[in-house]
Design a protein around this ligand. Structure first.
Ligand SMILES: Cc1cc2nc3c(=O)[nH]c(=O)nc-3n(C[C@H](O)[C@H](O)[C@H](O)COP(=O)(O)OP(=O)(O)OC[C@H]3O[C@@H](n4cnc5c(N)ncnc54)[C@H](O)[C@@H]3O)c2cc1C
Length: 692
């Protein structure tokens, strides 16, 4: 390896800027770049490892059109609004208090000046709402989360857990921000275990009110978004207690949701009986005012019970269409998946942003090179491609999977079909967990791929990483969510053997469980041709085979261990196995949706590009898990080698069209505004930023 200044020609040393601009032109406009490649001599050639790899021609505009979907207009409105109001853009350095106020002003501006009505979209056209959420999140993730708290969580709980009277009373105020609100579920002692909440709502039949009470410090509502400063009302989750004539005096009907005013609508004063504290400066998302709430016998009218799944009559009688506490609890949580859908969707958008910055910079940045020749772009190093190209492929894969999730969510909201509700619940849990974990890891990789400059706050990785990190925890901790996916799979597996049916996303297991559980075919285990490895059938079969094996083997292990350990102990004994199963299943769904998206793409050049990216996604995943496939001889040793070689080759090919692939995300400079990745001015913005 050469040291940076060795063997560089005199011309290189005196013309670094011109050379960089030429190189930049190479990846900005491929047509011109290819002409330069043949005409301008060695300095613009790719390094040896990439030479000879055919380059697809990609129509960025067509690919972008296919990717954007139907709700680009609303995103455009958001970006245009912030372009016209630079004073509303979040600066790099900002105090917690200023950031909170700025986020509130940003949201007010969007709703009251730009005339955007997020709550209407959420109800009438969820895909439009999620597109809006994606755009505001890419401007500032704090704004995205503040918006999500107001509409998905506070608004969503009122509309989905309440009935017509609640909608009539609160809809407009939530929509136009006259009623900024909170979603108060988590307590100091209980986060994931929602059924363990201790806040109580006791019915007083004399006054026809509920009394909301925090019985101990562990029951203080904690981390509640919008509570520290701006929230005026809150949906509070509490155990509904009804007076009885037995010894205990009350009967616990399980966790229900109640609307509790917390601040005066006009003066913003905290209301009597309510104590609010600030959760303080956080690792990220400091534009969101998270607070802690304590209730000291706060009285609210009976009608403030969000009574869709359970109601209390004037004389204190409880009624519900659902027979048990567990069923009511499941139905309640089932209605709250909107927040999770939004997080999965927005997480993909963070991945797009970070990948765009890292890839643009990696094309521009040159370090080292062959003896006596120009330095090469760092993206021409195999190791760099290995870091970024499968990530780019995964971004595409997640994009289509989350678009599918949003479609299913919208359909579920229209039809309320029971199977669809179950499917969306498991799919949103699995995708939220899988995608946000992947993005969190990738943000560190992107930072590192940009070297020291990746560490400058202005280049965004640090802020994105800090803000996004908690996506892995809120709206359901990822490890807990994956267990729900595994539990659901096992339930369906059991039902299958009792003659039951699978929900849509699980259908593949029903159709082919027997095929997948038979011994691997020793003939196909040796097929190594590129055509075979790039055949979607081979790829999907491999993913599904792995899921089916994991499902069957964990079912056997659970049965065995529960005899001695009981069901809780057995589950814990098999926990890692169960998490792997859930991830494997989600990967199978992601690949299936990606393959569908490739096949449905109407533009030939875009379809070819997507096919390439999809193959890289599939083979990279198979290669990463090659031990599993080898262990059971699903792939023979030479086939494993062929998969590895082809994966590297596909990475080179994807690298060749990386510019078009990130351009197709169509993110405005305003959100990929990291100076190191600015298309038009290259490093100039960056040097200006530090004062030259
Ligand atoms: C910035 C921020 C904003 C938030 N906003 C809100 C809000 O607006 N409203 C609201 O109600 N809540 C909010 N929360 C709370 C959030 O939803 C919870 O933090 C989350 O549900 C996780 O709960 P926990 O923190 O109690 O973690 P815990 O449940 O205690 O988890 C801690 C660790 O234990 C592991 N663990 C827990 N149970 C299991 C298990 N069964 N198996 C294996 N591992 C397990 C988890 O994986 C995790 O690593 C917010 C939190 C933050 C940090």
């Amino acid at each position: 390896m050469q040291t940076p200044d060795q063997d560089r020609t005199a011309e290189d040393q005196f013309q670094p800027i011109a050379r960089r601009i030429e190189r930049l032109a190479l990846h900005l406009s491929p047509g011109r770049g290819m002409a330069l490649l043949s005409g301008a001599g060695e300095q613009l050639r790719m390094v040896e490892c990439v030479r000879g790899v055919p380059r697809l021609s990609v129509e960025t505009a067509a690919l972008s059109e296919y990717m954007r979907g139907k709700h680009r207009d609303i995103q455009q409105r958001v970006f245009e609004y912030f372009s016209a109001r630079p004073e509303l853009q979040t600066p790099i350095e900002i105090s917690k208090d200023d950031h909170r106020e700025l986020c509130m002003r940003q949201l007010h501006g969007l709703v009251r000046e730009a005339g955007i009505r997020p709550f209407r979209y959420l109800l009438e056209d969820p895909a439009k709402y999620f597109a809006f959420l994606e755009a505001v999140g890419s401007v500032d993730l704090s704004l995205g989360i503040k918006t999500g708290v107001q509409y998905s969580l506070w608004g969503g709980s009122v509309i989905n857990l309440g009935t017509k009277k609640h909608k009539d009373k609160y809809f407009d105020g939530i929509d136009n921000l006259e009623y900024p609100g909170c979603f108060a579920m988590t307590e100091l002692h209980h986060g994931s275990n929602v059924q363990g909440l201790q806040t109580t709502a006791t019915f007083d039949p004399i006054t026809d009110e509920f009394i909301i009470n925090t019985p101990n410090d562990g029951a203080i509502k904690w981390w509640i978004g919008n509570a520290a400063v701006h929230g005026k009302l809150a949906t509070v989750f509490a155990k509904l207690m009804l007076p009885t004539h037995n010894v205990k005096g009350v009967s616990d009907m399980g966790v229900h949701a109640f609307i509790v005013p917390i601040r005066d609508l006009k003066t913003n004063e905290t209301l009597p009986g309510i104590e609010i504290h600030d959760c303080g400066h956080k690792v990220g998302l400091n534009g969101v005012d998270n607070g802690a709430l304590r209730f000291r016998s706060v009285r609210i009218p009976r009608e403030n019970l969000l009574n869709r799944f359970g109601d209390v009559s004037r004389d204190g009688k409880y009624t519900s269409s659902l027979p048990t506490i567990n069923k009511r609890f499941a139905a309640t949580l089932g209605e709250l998946v909107g927040g999770r859908v939004g997080l999965a969707y927005s997480s993909v958008s963070v991945l797009k942003l970070a990948g765009t910055i890292a890839i643009r910079y990696s094309l521009l940045r040159q370090q080292f090179g062959p003896p006596k020749q120009a330095e090469v772009s760092i993206l021409d190093y195999q190791s760099h491609q290995h870091k970024l190209m499968p990530m780019l492929a995964s971004t595409y894969a997640f994009h289509f999977a989350t678009v599918y999730l949003v479609d299913k969510y919208s359909e579920m909201k229209k039809t309320h079909d029971e199977q669809l509700v179950a499917d969306v619940h498991a799919l949103s849990a699995g995708l939220k967990a899988y995608v946000t974990s992947y993005t969190a890891k990738s943000l560190s990789i992107c930072r590192e791929a940009c070297g020291g400059h990746g560490y400058a706050a202005v280049n965004r990785f640090g802020i994105l990483r800090n803000d996004h990190d908690i996506f892995q925890t809120f709206e359901g901790d990822n490890t807990v969510l994956l267990q729900q996916v595994a539990g659901d799979l096992l339930k369906q597996y059991k039902e299958k053997f009792q003659g039951g049916t699978f929900t849509v996303t699980w259908n593949y297991l029903k159709e082919s469980m027997n095929t997948y559980l038979s011994q691997p075919n020793p003939v196909t285990a040796r097929w190594e041709s590129e055509d075979h490895l790039r055949d979607p059938k081979f790829q999907l079969d491999a993913f599904r085979y792995r899921t089916s094996r994991l499902l069957q083997s964990v079912a056997v292990r659970l049965r065995k261990h529960s005899k001695n350990l009981g069901s809780f102990g057995a589950w814990n004994r098999c926990l890692n196995h169960l998490l792997t199963l859930a991830e494997s299943h989600i990967e199978s769904v992601i690949l299936a949706k990606f393959i569908d998206a490739v096949q449905s793409c109407p533009d030939t050049s875009s379809r070819a590009a997507l096919k390439l990216v999809c193959d890289l996604y599939a083979l990279d995943r198979i290669w990463k898990d090659i031990g599993t496939y080898r262990n059971v001889d699903y792939v023979a040793p030479n086939k494993a080698k062929a998969i590895h070689k082809l994966t590297e080759y596909l990475s080179f090919q994807v690298r060749n069209i990386a510019t078009e692939l990130v351009d197709a995300f169509d993110l405005p400079d305003q959100v990929t505004r990291a100076p190191i990745a600015m298309k038009s001015e290259a490093y100039a913005q960056y040097t200006q930023f530090v004062g030259f």
